[in-house]
Design a protein around this ligand. Structure first.
Ligand code: HEM
Ligand SMILES: *[C@@H]1O[C@H](CO)[C@@H](O)[C@H](O)[C@H]1NC(C)=O
Ligand SMILES: *[C@@H]1O[C@H](CO)[C@@H](O)[C@H](O)[C@H]1NC(C)=O
Ligand SMILES: *[C@@H]1O[C@H](CO)[C@@H](O)[C@H](O)[C@H]1NC(C)=O
Ligand SMILES: *[C@@H]1O[C@H](CO)[C@@H](O)[C@H](O)[C@H]1NC(C)=O
Ligand SMILES: *[C@@H]1O[C@H](CO)[C@@H](O)[C@H](O)[C@H]1NC(C)=O
Length: 497
């Protein structure tokens, strides 16, 4: 008797829970919008939650399901909208930005002050005041000023390849690239030579390794910030790996104190941060203490892995496509000769290199999706559909960049896609590796410059080749939210006369 009663209550509770978890599942149907049928508890992200697929791949599969301009889906019980059409993407990101001026990624005030103050997650109005102050930091003039620091750091990279890599049958180029980008960011942002190539266990490299150590715990934490805020609250998850951010914060504090004492000027980020702090206005967002440190940390976190991946993916594709590699090398050598060295103007003149890096970012958009949150109800032009306030919208870069309608034979690596003529045959917003509009990547110029310097210096003197250990085709690692190859990229370096 007692047993049947409790079974009965259990059954009723289960039904109630089920009804609760599926209560939103007619959200898109009611609005007459195509959507993917969700399952209880997970919605459509079962494969992401069970670590079988990463967010970028999940969104690309969703992109491929339909040809319509947008499609609804569910993360757990919440409705999300994937925007596919380049025209609509352009509207949401640029023209009608005021309806989508926040990212959907959760802002968690209980996260540490670093994690909750980085530009990537900041919400308005704070985002706007921070973005405005930091935009000049990445202006062209500033990049020109940083070039000597990047070139200096590239000497260690070349010495490593010359003295060590060429003697090995295979070199894991992803690690080489990450050492280089960790070096240039610690130099440009913190004024510190981290010497990752000289010391295998350089503290900066340890920290950068930890930032993107995609242990299962870290993976779940970051995915939860995008898809499951409830888990973040329940388990007090952090957006960034706390030990690594603490390390960067400590370095920041001591560097800024030292710089203030010595009054030296290097033209790096620290100098600019000191300037920004000295211009604090009463009543506005205060750039001080951890608020300021958060921005320095952000450049480190957002900069080294994205740029390092772009360098190593480029080297991988250039090894598989030796004719492209020869043509890039030819251009590099000719332009350097003409300018008598690697100057900012020389780099601007390397058109084919520019197209090559663009094609790498097409096949490997390291941040494979863009997210925004609707902050003001938005009527999709030409339809009677209204996106309600707080509904997250997502854009799949992997989906767009592999869409055969814009990029015929998408698996093929072909820099020619980026000639002016070929670019004019497709909508501009079918290709947005750095995002688009007021909230695009603030460090795009720095990322491109760092990538180009690495490629220029390597290709001017060396040839990269595939070897026995190279994994072809390259498979993506279903771990973080950035695109990474499974098990690294092994290549062989050879001197080139
Ligand atoms: C090849 C290298 C890089 C790629 C492919 C890349 C890509 C992206 C993308 C796709 C976004 C989102 C844009 C959007 O939502 O419209 C983004 C945002 C951002 N990136 Fe990058 N990035 C790179 C390098 C860098 C570097 C070197 C830095 C800094 C030094 C940086 C700092 C940021 C920041 C701060 C944001 C957030 C901007 C905001 O919300 O206002 N990125 N990046
Ligand atoms: C670096 O650290 C690892 C493990 O912490 C150790 O096994 C290795 O010997 C160290 N390498 C050097 C060059 O100190
Ligand atoms: C973080 O640092 C603490 C104390 O320094 C240490 O006990 C812990 O193992 C570290 N965690 C990770 C993931 O490195
Ligand atoms: C690279 O190409 C883009 C157009 O695709 C152009 O706007 C930009 O100025 C070029 N950059 C360099 C350094 O040549
Ligand atoms: C989506 O379709 C394109 C062809 O248009 C294909 O190349 C790509 O691999 C597909 N992506 C996924 C994730 O299935
Ligand atoms: C790019 O344009 C050229 C002609 O300008 C054409 O031969 C080539 O097939 C095009 N390539 C792509 C990938 O669109």
């Amino acid at each position: 008797m007692f047993f049947t009663l409790s079974a009965y209550i259990g059954l009723i509770l289960t039904i109630l829970l089920y009804l609760y978890l599926t209560r939103n599942f007619n959200y898109w149907k009611k609005r007459n919008i195509d959507y993917v049928k969700p399952v209880a508890i997970f919605g459509n992200i079962y494969k992401v939650v069970t670590l079988q697929s990463f967010m970028g791949e999940f969104l690309a599969e969703l992109y491929n399901i339909t040809k319509k301009p947008f499609i609804g889906f569910f993360a757990f019980d919440k409705p999300f909208l994937l925007i596919r059409d380049p025209e609509l993407i352009k509207r949401c990101l640029i023209k009608d930005f005021e309806h989508f001026d926040d990212r959907s990624v959760m802002e968690n005030r209980r996260d540490d002050e670093i994690g909750s103050n980085i530009l990537f997650v900041l919400k308005n109005p704070a985002w706007k005041s921070v973005r405005v102050r930091f935009t000049p930091v990445f202006a062209t003039g500033k990049m020109r000023g940083l070039l000597p620091l990047i070139l200096e750091a590239s000497n260690d990279l070349i010495a490593y390849i010359k003295n060590i890599a060429v003697k090995e049958t295979a070199t894991e180029t992803r690690e080489v690239a990450m050492k280089f980008t960790t070096d240039i960011i610690s130099s440009c942002a913190f004024g510190i030579s981290s010497h990752c190539f000289l010391d295998e266990n350089a503290t900066f490299r340890e920290a950068s390794r930890r930032v993107f150590d995609w242990s299962i715990g870290r993976k779940i934490s970051t995915a939860a910030y995008f898809f499951a805020p409830l888990l973040v609250k329940l388990f007090r998850l952090k957006f960034l790996e706390p030990n690594a951010t603490q390390f960067i914060y400590d370095i920041f504090e001591s560097t800024i104190a030292e710089r203030e004492k010595s009054k030296a000027y290097r033209g790096d980020l620290i100098d600019m941060l000191i300037q920004i702090r000295n211009q604090n206005q009463p009543g506005a967002y205060q750039f001080d203490g951890k608020m300021l440190a958060a921005q320095a940390t952000q450049f480190f976190v957002a900069g080294f892995e994205t740029t390092g991946s772009t360098i190593s993916f480029s080297l991988y594709e250039l090894s598989l496509n030796p004719t492209v590699q020869d043509r890039v090398r030819e251009e590099i050598r000719t332009v350097i000769k003409k300018h008598g060295g690697i100057t900012y103007e020389a780099i601007q003149e390397m058109d084919y290199l520019n197209m090559t890096v663009k094609e790498t970012l097409r096949k490997y958009p390291v941040l494979p999706f863009i997210d925004r949150r609707c902050t003001k109800p938005y009527n999709i032009p030409g339809t009677d559909v209204t996106i309600e306030k707080d509904v997250p919208i997502y854009i799949s870069l992997l989906g767009l960049h592999y869409d055969a309608e814009y990029f015929p034979n998408p698996e093929k690596y072909d820099p020619e896609r980026f000639t002016i003529e070929n670019k004019s045959t497709r909508p501009a917003d079918a290709y947005i590796p750095f995002g688009e509009g007021p909230r695009n990547c603030i460090g795009a110029r720095f990322g491109e410059l760092g990538t180009k310097v690495a490629l220029i210096r390597i290709l001017a003197e060396f040839e990269v080749e595939v070897c026995k250990k190279t994994r072809i085709p390259l498979k993506f690692d279903p771990k973080g939210f950035l695109i990474a190859p499974k098990n690294g990229i092994d290549l062989h370096f050879k001197r080139k006369e």
